[in-house]
Design a protein around this ligand. Structure first.
Ligand code: FES
Length: 188
């Protein structure tokens, strides 16, 4: 594959995607007091963006850059570095299957084939109804429970092909019973 350079200043308005809401802007501003510089609030700002609109659109990245008073390229650098940030719409639930050695040995490849067959999508794709996206990721840090599948923030352990229908149909398969860290939620 050859590299292709895109001048994002020339992307048509219609392809910039959604911007961030006033509520999300406020939430981002709440983080400024926690850090010595606005730039340092970039990671929580991007999580807030992704929580609000489902991914990091070009318009949202531009708006975050303005809020944090940094170049848009600095925002793009961070978004493109971390695989957990998406630059295209993702499903309501993201299935993240471990592709590292313990999970592979314990059958992750069969689980992957079954997920892709059931959902009819490949890696980094989203079902037409917007419900599911699928990705593989390196070690999810639960190797002794291989194979591991995360649904949004919830870890499913020792997943077998026979478990998938239950996991896919359970509306709470992505819900954690824990309060979120205040490192994520800005102070009121
Ligand atoms: S190898 Fe899969 S969780 Fe570590």
């Amino acid at each position: 594959m050859s590299w292709q350079a895109i001048d994002r200043r020339t992307v048509p308005e219609s392809e910039l995607g959604p911007g961030i809401s006033q509520a999300a802007r406020e939430k981002i501003r709440h983080f400024f007091s926690r850090y010595p510089t606005k730039r340092a609030a970039l990671l929580p700002a991007l999580h807030i963006v992704q929580d609000q609109i489902g991914y990091c659109s070009l318009r949202a990245m531009r708006e975050v850059a303005e809020l944090l008073e940094i170049p848009p390229a600095a925002v793009m650098d961070v978004v493109s570095f971390y695989t957990m940030f998406w630059t295209h719409p993702r499903g309501r639930k993201v299935l993240m299957l471990c592709r590292s050695i313990s999970c592979q040995v314990m059958g992750a490849d069969k689980v992957q084939a079954a997920i892709q067959q059931k959902l009819g999508i490949g890696e980094h794709q989203t079902t037409p109804d917007g419900q599911f996206s699928f990705v593989t990721e390196e070690c999810l840090a639960a190797c002794d429970h291989a194979p591991c599948l995360m649904v949004n923030e919830k870890m499913h352990k020792r997943v077998r092909v026979e478990d998938l229908d239950r996991i896919l149909s359970d509306p709470d398969s992505d819900k954690l019973d824990l309060p979120r860290s205040d490192l994520y939620d800005a102070p009121k």
